[in-house]
Design a protein around this ligand. Structure first.
Ligand code: UN1
Length: 499
């Protein structure tokens, strides 16, 4: 049954009259799941107004009390994990184990962020003057805008909203137009958890109207965006004009380095999961495999054998390894890249076709695809965001690192080796926000910072982990003088008190 949804504004679900609507559908079956309104500038203004009005009370709510609401949300997410996991799979197409994992990531992060409500660690440092205390406290920036992608339609909203809410910032949340139903169900959980009216607001619609509108609205004091690099740069510019904080995560061209002493089975398991998990549609996906020349032929043979064994099909079936890509546009883009590879002379080793016939015809299924590529080719340097792995040959460790670092992105990276010296060198040498040793490039845990360098995003903010609050808070430095007289820093320089 197709569900018609509205916005969530100021603590209520509202169905604004006269808005055009758009549909969301299942990429495996083509079935329409729900319709949503296309938000307008007025809707952005209404959401920002509600968030602004809620700010004062929310800011004054002690963070441990805010944390109780996050814990309640985590409890509800846990109770609904099965249903929400199935919804993620239905709306976005990742296999059911990963759909459930998406929800688990939200449970994990909300629990983690709730605990942060009892920490919010600042500094206390000595003063240069007697009877004076100096400390720093975290302050919420105000209402914030959260613009999220479709590939982790529950997990990524949870990182952003969990951090914003515990920090004391009301949110205006716009989910991707491919996964608004996950966004709405996510907000239903927050609604039931008891957040005060105006603290949580949901809008749906086009990025150019709703997304840009949120970023530009004067009441919105920080923006967190995960998505494509071009949009991300626009968000960065618009945020700079307003002098507000911005968190950006704009993708990757992540590499696994396979050294000549790597355990082959372990490597293969990692590459299959890293490259073809979520049909390659993770910012952290392993889209390059850089192999030491000594084991290159062996690795390539094994890769092809493994890729051909992957079961592509109904993502709800627990036996399926890879589901469809998320949309017709995604399918088109990935097939175009495959075409580019063939045209540029990259050697196609496996896959390369859209899957057709039977139930494949209803969805966007592409074979797990592997190319041997030259280090300067487009497939070696551009983010594809699909089930396409590019394999490169490296002369040795240093050559592998230089290939890995030659791209404009810097999100995740990995090395497979049993040589401790190479493992430790790679931790320093790989230009990326994340490095894995003997594990693929995907699978970040929520209690650690997540983000990248170079054009993946600015390095001064990191989602998740102990750094999660950076996006949504500023530091207040406080000096408390309890001497009872005017003391002058830098001027009263008497060394010994009472001397
Ligand atoms: C993303 O692809 O944008 O590390 C997020 C991972 C997941 C999150 C990926 N936990 O692969």
């Amino acid at each position: 049954m197709v569900q018609d949804h509205g916005f969530y504004l100021d603590g209520k679900w509202v169905d604004p009259k006269g808005r055009k609507r758009f549909e969301t559908s299942n990429p495996a079956t083509g079935e329409t799941l729900a319709t949503f309104p296309l938000g307008t500038k007025d809707d952005v203004a209404a959401a920002a107004k509600a968030a602004k009005a809620a700010f004062d009370k929310w800011k004054k709510t002690p963070p441990p009390r805010r944390g109780e609401l996050l814990l309640e949300a985590a409890r509800i997410f846990r109770k609904r994990k099965e249903d929400l996991g199935r919804l993620v799979t239905a709306e976005m197409g990742k296999v059911i184990a990963e759909g459930l994992g998406d929800v688990q990531e939200a449970i994990d992060f909300f629990e983690y962020a709730a605990g942060e409500g009892r920490r919010m660690v600042g500094e206390t440092v000595p003063s240069e003057l007697p009877n004076k205390m100096c400390l720093t406290i975290r302050m919420p920036v105000g209402p914030v805008g959260l613009i999220t992608p479709w590939n982790f339609p529950i997990a990524i909203p949870s990182w952003k909203s969990g951090a914003a809410l515990i920090a004391g910032c009301p949110i205006v949340f716009k989910p991707s137009s491919l996964t608004p139903l996950c966004g709405a169900k996510f907000v239903e959980v927050l609604d039931e958890s008891g957040f005060p009216p105006g603290v949580v607001n949901l809008l749906t619609g086009n990025g150019s109207v709703v997304g840009d509108g949120i970023v530009a609205h004067p009441s919105v004091r920080a923006v967190s965006f995960t998505g494509g690099i071009d949009t991300g740069k626009n968000v960065y510019e618009a945020a700079a004009k307003k002098m507000i904080k911005v968190g950006l995560e704009l993708g990757g061209k992540n590499a696994i380095l396979a050294m000549d002493d790597a355990s082959l089975d372990l490597l293969m398991d990692g590459v299959m999961f890293g490259a073809f998990g979520t049909a390659g549609q993770r910012c952290t996906a392993a889209s390059r495999l850089i192999v030491h020349a000594k084991v290159y032929d062996q690795v390539v043979d094994e890769l092809v054998a493994r890729a051909e064994k992957l079961r592509v099909g109904d993502p709800m079936n627990p036996k399926t390894d890879m589901g469809p890509v998320a949309s017709a546009d995604q399918e088109k883009k990935v097939l175009e890249y495959i075409h580019v590879g063939v045209k540029e002379g990259d050697e196609l080793l496996a896959g390369g076709e859209k899957l057709t016939g039977g139930s494949y015809d209803k969805g966007f299924f592409i074979q797990p695809t592997i190319f041997k590529v030259d280090r300067t080719s487009r497939l070696a340097t551009e983010e594809i965001f699909g089930p396409v792995l590019s394999v490169l040959k490296a002369k040795d460790y240093d050559d592998a690192v230089s290939i890995a670092n030659s791209v404009k992105y810097g999100l995740s990276s990995s090395i497979y080796t049993n040589d401790l010296r190479l493992a430790f060198r790679a931790m320093n040498d790989l230009e990326a926000g994340i490095t894995y040793v003997n594990a693929p490039t995907i699978g970040a845990e929520v209690q650690l910072p997540f983000g990248g360098i170079k054009e993946t995003g600015p390095t001064d903010t990191r989602e998740a982990g102990s750094t999660a609050l950076e996006e949504f808070t500023y530091w207040k430095t406080v000096y408390v003088d309890y001497s009872g007289r005017l003391q002058k820093a830098q001027i009263d320089t008497q060394r010994i008190v009472g001397g």
